[in-house]
Design a binder for this molecule. Structure first.
Ligand SMILES: Nc1ncnc2c1ncn2[C@@H]1O[C@H](COP(=O)(O)OP(=O)(O)OP(=O)(O)O)[C@@H](O)[C@H]1O
Ligand SMILES: [Mg+2]
Length: 340
């Protein structure tokens, strides 16, 4: 089988504060193949953005620190790469749409200059060609009057427009991997559909792999080839979109999906956010021993309080879950090589 373009192994991130050190990511494993979309879901604070940021070594440090693991991009460990190599990779081979667009747009440059800059830097385009391509990109993400808008500054645009500028910037270099952190949350349904078409086109033409973080299960059903569910800094389930949405194995995933109106039954019903499961995610400072979900889990076993369940492979190819209810599953400690 084709090897993943990106293989993340046992990724660990800690944060320091006056309260001590906390594990924000605790052994995250996954892989993505060329042309594939992996959607990452899970409640607020479970480590989705930290996972995305860690891949590009953009964890704010201090207080954060990558304390272990590997991020293999075409076999090369990015966690061991030097700064020059990382600059080459960022925005060119792997680009990212950030959750907060304002933090990554520079207020003193026009949007055209900002889209054009990465094209000049990475693709070696002349200024005029870069500008023309910036206009083309703005048009592709559905910004009206792109010839005029290209000269505007970020503050002259609405939140939705800025989000689209971010998407244009991330797509301009036609990256091998696109990391998109809630890319369409601020956009209305029509624009979202347009962006998804654009992403699919890039995947078809260039084989771009997409890691998409989203709260929108409708977007998951529409875009995902594979789904990864996170809880308190760990991957608790992963599998194909079909496996995770139709045969969820973890009580947490089942909870997320059971609360949803029938997926795919109507446009309206698929546009739901992640529903509520009683209780809250424990703070990373309060993670005791055992499974982090146990306090909210109706099916918890005595063992769940003392031991963290390892990810085990289920019967369906590529489907894995970290839950003691499945401890009889055949392969203990299944890793992504076996799961992807
Ligand atoms: N600067 C920081 N200092 C300490 N802890 C932090 C810091 N930034 C994030 N965290 C912690 O890291 C954990 C993971 O955060 P992350 O931003 O990855 O969550 P998320 O899954 O992206 O959530 P959301 O859906 O709200 O975007 C959270 O529990 C948060 O408390
Ligand atoms: Mg986030």
């Amino acid at each position: 089988m084709e090897k993943p373009l990106l293989q993340v192994k046992d990724l660990r991130v800690t944060f320091n504060s006056r309260r001590g050190e906390a594990m924000v990511l605790n052994g995250v494993d996954f892989g993505i193949r060329a042309g594939e979309t992996l959607c990452v879901v899970g409640e607020s604070g479970c480590g989705k953005s930290m996972t995305a940021l860690a891949l590009l070594r953009l964890i704010p440090s201090p207080p954060g620190r990558i304390t272990g693991g590997q991020v293999l991009f075409q076999g090369e460990d990015l966690l061991a790469a030097d700064d020059a190599r990382m600059r080459e990779v960022r925005g060119n081979r792997i680009s990212m749409i950030f959750q907060e667009p304002m933090t990554s747009l520079n207020p003193v440059f026009t949007v055209g200059e900002q889209i054009g800059e990465s094209l000049r830097l990475h693709a070696g385009l002349e200024p005029a060609a870069a500008q023309a391509r910036a206009v083309e990109m703005l048009k592709q993400v559905g910004i009206p009057a792109p010839e005029r808008r290209v000269h505007e500054y970020p503050h002259q645009m609405s939140g939705g427009m800025r989000q689209r500028v971010m998407i244009a910037m991330a797509l301009a270099c036609r990256p091998d991997i696109l990391i998109a952190d809630e890319p369409t949350t601020a956009l209305d349904v029509t624009v979202q559909a347009q962006i998804f078409d654009l992403l699919r086109e890039l995947q078809r033409d260039k084989g771009t792999a997409i890691l998409m973080i989203t709260h929108d299960m409708g977007a998951v059903a529409e875009m995902a080839d594979r789904v990864m569910v996170m809880y308190a800094g760990r991957v608790i389930e992963q599998g194909s979109c079909e496996q995770v949405l139709s045969a969820p194995a973890h009580p947490y995933t089942r909870g997320l999906i059971a609360c949803l109106p029938e997926l795919g039954s109507s446009q309206e019903a698929t546009r739901e956010d992640l529903p509520e499961i009683p209780g809250v995610v424990p703070s990373i400072w309060e993670l005791g021993s055992g499974c982090a979900f146990r306090a909210r889990c109706r099916e918890a076993l005595p063992r769940c309080a003392s031991e963290v369940p390892p990810l085990v492979a289920l019967e369906g190819q590529g489907h894995g879950v970290a839950c003691w209810l499945h401890s009889q599953a055949p392969k203990l400690r299944a890793r992504t090589e076996e799961l992807a």
